[in-house]
Design a protein around this ligand. Structure first.
Ligand code: TRP
Length: 472
């Protein structure tokens, strides 16, 4: 598949379905399974979740359409696509800077994303060995206490050597796919594994309905308490919407460049956003019943998924095997996202410096590994190092959380804000309208969203999110 190509020789997605699947593959990942429950829990549940859904529909969706549209029109790596659109609209080519900011964000996200990918590898290994220890008749971790199973996570993240090595391994796997061509391989994997993964997620959720605290979960996730909707919660929600939909980092611009003219981008954007949001909500409905039933705190952060699910697998018959299968699928979901993340800076290096794809991939991955190791160590030996701790937004955060916050709460919303201004106000209207695949009232509504709602709402949310004292 053309994912691995950049520059002029591009052969495009084999079909509309291939594009949709690849885009869903990029969107659905650890952002849905790990980051969404973590953010929902850290921001108090309902108000965050409902605001997040609103952000997906009113801000995420129009921006998703804008990004794929710029990419398809430009048919090039992201900065080049922005420049072409700007040139043909008689605007300054400095707009390409939006994509450059996106390339930087993608690189930073990649570096810590692979740390989480490494955690997943650790759990794949843990469940794999448990198949031999426990067998497959009863639950996982036979004879091991609940506390010990919960203790796997803190023991793992504080072991810097293990997490660093696994980060590098995960990046290495990602690199192989991006270097050799994602074609057959990852696309076919996605076609079979994604549905299986979805089914397993539904299965565990149903298990939670009977065994866990489902009604408490639904109340927690979907009760709107307006007083909980503070500036920082809104910023977290909009950041989560962008992170989950892979927006604001030029990733969807890069993917859009491989889409054929015959594809209706309005419709495909809707499908991608619906799939991505469903998986996030399902992950919440799957994880929180176990959290409440086990008496864990909902604000367990990025460890939430890793600490709760082993609980379920301990009780389900065949738990070690199911747990192993589950984490393999989480690993693939993460891989289809990390491949897309690595593709963004790689395509940029190829276009800018004319290096070969292999050399470019190695350079980017090497840089990401170094930064990734710093993130990996930040949950252990380096936990006292708070690089931007002097700023309130980053107070008390190690490298991993700092990079996550920097991208999720600053560069992604800013990138998306600039993209909406670009598409709404700067780019030639006729060019845009010929690409978006929308008609009638829907078209007018979309224009309203990109021209007015997105820029105004994003600016307001950024301000109240970064300076919460303004609203007090
Ligand atoms: N959306 C991905 C996830 O939820 C993570 C991600 C963020 C991403 N930005 C991206 C993936 C850009 C590809 C491209 O896991």
């Amino acid at each position: 598949m053309a994912l691995t190509q950049s520059g002029s020789a591009r052969d495009g997605w084999s079909s509309r379905t291939a594009f949709i699947l690849a885009a869903i593959g990029s969107a659905v990942g650890l952002g849905n399974l790990v980051r969404f429950p973590a953010e929902a829990g850290a921001n108090g549940g309902g108000a965050f979740v409902l605001f997040y859904i609103g952000c997906v529909i009113l801000i995420g969706l129009p921006v998703l359409l804008s990004e794929t549209l710029i990419g398809r029109h430009g048919q090039a790596a992201a900065p080049e696509s922005y420049r072409r659109m700007a040139e043909q609209s008689g605007a300054s080519t400095a707009w390409e800077g939006v994509a450059s900011l996106g390339v930087l964000s993608a690189f930073l996200i990649l570096s810590f994303y692979c740390v989480l990918g490494g955690w997943v590898l650790y759990y794949i290994g843990t469940f794999f060995f448990d198949i031999f220890n426990t067998g497959i008749s009863g639950g996982a971790f036979a004879g091991v206490s609940v506390e010990e199973v919960e203790g796997i996570f803190p023991a793992m993240i504080s072991n810097g050597l293990v997490t660093s090595i696994l980060t590098a391994v995960f990046l290495g796997i990602t690199m192989l796919f991006v270097a050799r061509g994602v074609s057959g391989g990852i696309e076919k994997v996605a076609v079979y594994l994604m549905p299986a993964f979805f089914a397993l997620l539904v299965g565990i959720t149903i298990y939670g309905m009977f065994g866990g605290a489902m009604s408490q979960t639904v109340e927690y996730l979907f009760t709107f308490e307006p007083e909980k909707l503070t500036g920082p919660v809104m910023l977290a929600a909009v950041g989560q919407a962008f992170f989950s939909l892979s927006l604001g980092v030029a990733g969807m611009v890069t993917y859009g460049a491989y889409v054929g003219r015959n594809v209706n981008l309005g419709v495909t954007s809707g499908i991608i956003a619906t799939a991505d949001t469903s998986v996030a909500l399902l992950a919440g409905l799957c994880i929180f019943p176990i959290v409440f039933a086990a008496g864990l705190a909902p604000n367990g952060g990025l460890g939430l998924m890793f600490q709760t699910l082993p609980h379920a697998f301990q009780e389900i018959p065949g738990g070690s095997l199911i747990g192993f299968a589950f984490f393999i699928m989480v690993g693939f979901a993460a891989l289809t996202s990390s491949v897309a993340l690595l593709e963004v800076p790689t395509a940029w290096v190829i276009d800018r410096f004319r290096f070969t794809r292999v050399v470019s991939v190695i350079m980017v991955a090497f840089g990401a590994t170094i930064l990734g190791v710093l993130s990996a160590l930040s949950t252990g030996v380096m936990s006292g190092f708070h690089p931007l701790g002097f700023l309130p937004l980053f107070e008390g955060m190690g490298v991993l959380d700092t990079l996550d916050t920097f991208t999720g709460k600053l560069t992604m919303p800013i990138g998306a804000l600039l993209t909406s201004i670009f598409v709404g106000w700067i780019a030639n209207k006729r060019l845009i309208d010929s690409e978006n695949g929308l008609g009638g009232a829907l078209h007018l509504f979309w224009r309203f969203l990109v021209c007015w709602l997105c820029p105004i709402a994003l600016t307001a949310i950024l301000i109240v999110g970064i300076f919460p004292s303004l609203t007090e």
